[in-house]
Design a protein around this ligand. Sequence first.
Ligand SMILES: Nc1ncnc2c1ncn2[C@@H]1O[C@H](COP(=O)(O)OP(=O)(O)O)[C@@H](O)[C@H]1O
Ligand SMILES: [Mg+2]
Length: 270
Amino acid sequence: MNSAAPMNPGPRMNPAAPMNPALPVTPAPPPVLVLGQVTKVYGEGETAVRALRGVSLTAERGDYVAIMGASGSGKSTLMNIIGCLDVPSGGTYHLDGTDVGALDERRLAIVRNRKVGFVFQSFNLIPRMSALANVELPLAYGGVHAAERRRRALAALDRVGLADRVHHQPNELSGGQQQRVAVARALVTAPTLLLADEPTGALDSTSSGDIMNIFDRLSASGRTLVLITHEEEVAAHAKRVVRLMDGRIVDDVRTTPVGGPPPRLAEVAS
Ligand SMILES: Nc1ncnc2c1ncn2[C@@H]1O[C@H](COP(=O)(O)OP(=O)(O)O)[C@@H](O)[C@H]1O
Ligand SMILES: [Mg+2]
């Protein structure tokens, strides 16, 4: 691809914008993700596994999507593609207007670092490093100066309710607290998309509730979230539930408008 090519495919007309041609039209932001007939094949020949068989999915800014499916249905493969950890075998993927398929490894890593925050089932914190240092890490990769790193990391830890634990190391924190550090780390770069793979899979029900409450509040503040889960209880927090079977989307149900508050938060508030 020509390195001078624009990162954005071009402005789309905002349907809410005034039609008067004399007024400037504000371009609507691109959807956060657009997958077009994405396929993924592992291996080749006799032993090839078709993990994704033509997945098309669009998520607008502010959506809160749960992806469900049995083991082996392709959830992790889809998560890796959405998170720019892997590339599709076929089809197209645009992340926040960027054609990911056209990027080389180095540029893919830059897009991933800028646009995606990850939360994993197993927390993936760095041992023997304080919560604060763990949360600062993605900013260090991003070239942010020390004082600014500290300020932003402390704010992120405060948002997840861990202002009083910033100097603790992972092994001095409960599982639920470690996952909250991981959420702070995912948020600190202000990513376009927060992507979580079974974020409550290793937690007891109280800690799971804490994490989901944090996600609900992030959603209410306008963040875009995609979370992979096999728990209906977790999926019920999302505004939309997508189900995968054998590498295909078999169901896509919206329970709550993209622009509205997430369903569980609305319940608590009412
Ligand atoms: N690296 C890989 N090499 C070969 N096959 C793989 C690889 N990763 C996943 N698969 C296969 O692709 C299919 C989908 O896997 P995965 O995306 O991990 O599903 P899920 O996360 O829903 O359990 C499965 O049949 C799995 O065995
Ligand atoms: Mg998986």
